[in-house]
Design a protein around this ligand. Structure first.
Ligand code: F6R
Length: 244
């Protein structure tokens, strides 16, 4: 628990910084699992600052994003591909070919294979070293809404009504929010070697407490993070305020 989000982000940036520098020396890829949304923006800002001011290089980084809205292509202003370009990739020295975001435009009959290929690509580079997560008020990680089990894999999902309502402002109206998304599964996420879940603000306090202190259950998919050996919740004081 940190006084504010900036201190929490500095801690997570330190871990990513260390991984990137170590792997650069070893000449091996550093594999990062990334999230979108408002939560990781400050972390990405800090990574960009370190790149510009402290010589932090992403030349050996390979990234996999958790999710993408189904039906949006990468040029759509609300697509997660576009978000990642604007918030991180366009400002660092990462090879664009090493950045992966699920393809929201795959035809229905190709989605299953596309999801399998996404998992294969992660496996081919040796799995995710550090996974960054936010949390939705439904208890989702990625877009694994209530009902998503610990064995779930990358797949097409239906978004929860609360998640669509939370996204309505960005899309200028709930009716414009896509109904489906492609997301890595809870099981895919649990295979990362190290996980940092970030949460800021009072609006996340209830779901954070249920996730950390409640039973592991399908109603709160993030609760399955309790079974991971190296998962850290990095919270500001407000997001931690309902913990007992
Ligand atoms: C985004 C993602 C989602 C968000 C969650 C919180 O890639 O996977 O699980 O992390 O919806 O969103 P924000 O950060 O906007 O509160």
């Amino acid at each position: 628990i940190y006084p504010g989000a900036d201190q929490a982000c500095a801690h997570v940036a330190d871990a990513i910084d260390k991984l990137l520098r170590t792997r650069q020396q070893e000449g091996r890829p550093a594999v990062l699992g990334l999230a979108t949304g408002s939560t990781p923006v400050r972390l990405y800002r800090e990574l960009i600052r370190r790149h510009r001011e402290e010589g932090l290089s992403f030349a050996h980084a390979v990234t996999f994003n958790l999710d993408e809205y189904y039906g949006l292509d990468g040029s759509h202003p609300e697509s997660y591909r576009r978000f990642m370009q604007e918030q991180l990739f366009d400002h660092i020295d990462i090879d664009p070919a090493n950045t992966h975001v699920p393809d929201g435009t795959a035809a229905r009959e190709q989605v299953f294979d596309a999801c399998q290929s996404y998992e294969d690509a992660i496996a081919q580079v040796g799995g995710i070293d550090i996974q960054i997560l936010g949390i939705g008020r439904t208890g989702h990680i990625g877009f694994n809404e209530p009902g998503s089990g610990p064995e779930s894999r990358t797949r097409l999902v239906t978004l929860d009504a609360l998640t669509r309502r939370d996204a309505a402002r960005d899309f200028l109206g709930e009716e414009n929010v896509p109904r489906h998304a492609i997301t890595m599964g809870v099981g895919s996420i649990l295979e990362a070697r190290q996980i940092f879940l970030l949460a800021w603000g009072e609006s996340k306090a209830t779901i954070v407490a249920e996730t950390v202190e409640g039973e592991q259950r399908l109603a709160v998919p993030a609760s399955f993070l309790q079974r991971h050996k190296a998962c850290t919740f990095c919270l500001d004081a407000a997001a931690a305020s309902h913990l007992t």
